[in-house]
Design a protein around this ligand. Structure first.
Ligand SMILES: [Ca+2]
Length: 134
């Protein structure tokens, strides 16, 4: 995996307001299946389910009796629904995505660092890639 490129891409999205707004809007529209202009809990739950299904979580595909996953959806929804209105606005989704991308960058940088240490082993002990501060 090309960490530098992935980090770069995320950085570009985060630092380009227009691009970021575009991406947020397209994700928002994809979740807002009834075009109400807000994201209701059902829509978010469905979206997360689809998202997990598309990822490596196939084997833990949610079922009716799969309570732990439901709890996770609820947690995500609570994080998203900042003002606890029961629905998520474009603004709230934007804030959430921003945090998510930042976390993603941090994670990529940590992986990159680990990879670097693995390849170069001892000798560069104490030297670490400086993490970006936002
Ligand atoms: Ca809706």
């Amino acid at each position: 995996m090309d960490f530098t490129k992935a980090i770069d891409n995320l950085h570009r999205i985060l630092t380009n307001e227009e691009r970021f707004a575009e991406i947020t809007k397209s994700i928002f529209d994809a979740i807002d299946t009834d075009n109400s202009g807000t994201l209701e809990k059902d829509e978010v739950m469905q979206f997360i389910k689809d998202l997990l299904k598309g990822m490596q979580f196939d084997n833990v595909a949610p079922t009716e009796e799969n309570a732990p996953l439901d709890d996770r959806y609820r947690q995500v929804f609570q994080i998203l629904d900042e003002n606890e209105s029961g629905e998520i606005t474009l603004d709230e989704l934007g804030k959430f995505l921003r945090e998510l991308f930042k976390e993603q960058i941090q994670e990529l940088q940590e992986n990159q660092e680990r990879e670097h240490l693995r390849q170069h082993g001892a000798g560069i002990n104490g030297v670490s890639i400086q993490r970006n501060s936002f």
